[in-house]
Write a protein of this length. Structure first.
Length: 452
């Protein structure tokens, strides 16, 4: 537990000597130096406005590691001229909490606000979290908790209801590349040494860090410390040096360039062609080059509906489960979750009927925007609407023996249009049979939809 009395931003940011790790030395001192989280601290955004108005409330920062939760809390403490108390949920107990709360009460009597930052607040048990509650309620402290876990599940409801939850997003590759450039120029970083490193290597470090600023800075520090020193004292970081620091080959890959789209296209088309070997290879190429596994998982979710659809109804739930697995455990462990899903999707029966159905319907919807909703399926909540025959002839399908009403739900000009044209692949053959019976009955061409 670290307690500091702070009345200006200098004190809070003068705690990183030259011997401190680079990530600590490079902590932003002011909000304008803070990288990322533009949705919270950008000009005109909610958290920035709260800071500028000095209207800080108790809050929870929820986000992955290395996105700036602790840094943001320290900046807030400095701007609000508060006494800053840093708790660790791993080492602090109820006695330490109560001691600090008593000090906070005393400070309050002298008009001094106390900001308590609790890192990994989800690790506090219920009793420890409850110890904060009365002081938060009385305004004796402003609590800022940081967690990588969903606050809804890990923080007591009573405490959570008194805190505003802010979701901090994973830093982008561009955010991290900017941070690395700044580190090379800043005297707190390597500004006093001439460092030679190519821009694409900075981008590689940023991609490798996978949204974590601490990982990016630690990697850069290791690469510089192991760089080639010239007689003049400058340091050159080569690709070979960086590969040794990363422990793997740095593959040619730009997450926003042409190769990015080439590889995701290769994965998609390999699965579409029922080639799991090729699909797994392209998957590995992307993951090992630093691609965000959640991006790949989102593409698999799309593939499950676009290329498989109702031919295998387990494809979409499996793809969604893969996304959740990637979110829960991240790289490198989630690589096998993605591999399992890619293989399954590659071998599942194919149908693009859902994709064709939507694209055909979209064309009609866009080009025939004036098509009215048939009166029979309009609601009639007012007398005027009833007088205008809204809902006339509507039959509640559940009241029929067949559970289908003989009425047309498409606009008159489109009543004969067919959007969903199921194939006979896999499970879709069953839906094809049911649809044919349903259509026949709705059109009055059959006595009843047997088997539906």
């Amino acid at each position: 537990m670290e307690q500091l009395s702070l009345f200006d931003t200098e004190n809070i940011n003068s705690l990183s000597p030259a011997s401190a790790p680079l990530a600590d030395r490079m902590r932003p001192r002011e909000l304008d130096d803070y990288i990322g989280q533009e949705h919270l601290v950008g000009r005109g955004k909610i958290l920035r406005q709260m800071l500028e108005r000095d209207q800080i409330c108790s809050m929870i920062f929820w986000g992955p590691p290395g996105v700036g939760k602790t840094t943001l809390a320290k900046i807030i403490a400095g701007r609000t001229k508060s006494s800053f108390v840093n708790f660790s949920a791993v080492t602090s107990g109820i006695k330490e909490i109560k001691d600090i709360m008593k000090q906070a009460e005393d400070n309050r009597a002298y008009g001094i606000r106390t900001l308590c930052f609790v890192d990994e607040i989800h690790r506090f048990n219920k009793a420890q979290q409850d110890a904060f509650l009365p002081y938060v309620e009385r305004g004796s402290i402003t609590l800022i908790g940081a967690t990588t876990e969903n606050p809804s599940f890990e923080i007591n409801a009573a405490l959570l209801s008194r805190c505003k939850v802010f979701v901090l997003r994973e830093l982008t590759t561009e955010n991290l590349t900017e941070l690395l450039r700044r580190t090379l120029k800043d005297d707190r970083g390597f500004g006093q040494t001439e460092i030679h490193i190519e821009e694409d290597l900075l981008h590689t470090i940023a991609a490798f860090a996978n949204g974590d600023a601490r990982t990016a800075l630690n990697t850069l520090e290791m690469a510089v410390l192991n760089g080639e020193i010239s007689p003049e004292g400058s340091i050159a970081v080569t690709r070979d040096t960086l590969e040794q620091c990363l422990g793997k080959k740095t593959l040619l890959y730009d997450r926003k360039g042409e190769e990015h789209y080439n590889l995701i296209s290769a994965l998609h088309k390999s699965m579409r062609n029922s080639d799991p070997d090729a699909a797994v290879y392209w998957l590995a190429r992307m993951l090992e080059a630093g691609e965000d596994p959640l991006f790949i998982a989102r593409r698999l979710i799309r593939f499950a509906s676009e290329d498989i659809g109702l031919a295998d109804n387990q494809a979409l739930p499996l793809a969604v489960a893969a996304y959740q697995a990637c979110h829960f455990i991240g790289m490198p462990e989630c690589n096998v979750n993605l591999t399992q899903t890619v293989i399954y999707l590659s071998l599942a029966p194919r149908s693009n009927a859902a994709e064709i159905a939507y694209e055909t319907a979209k064309s009609d919807a866009v080009n025939r925007l004036a098509e009215p909703v048939p009166l029979v399926i309009r609601n009639a909540p007012t007398g005027l609407m009833k007088d205008l025959h809204y809902g006339d002839g509507y039959i509640y399908a559940h009241n029929t023996e067949e559970k289908i009403a003989r009425m047309t739900c498409l606009p008159e000009d489109l009543k004969d249009r067919r959007y969903y044209l199921p194939t006979s692949e896999g499970e879709e053959s069953t839906w094809k049979e049911r649809l044919e019976k349903s259509r026949a009955y709705r059109m009055g061409d059959a006595s009843g939809p047997e088997g539906i």
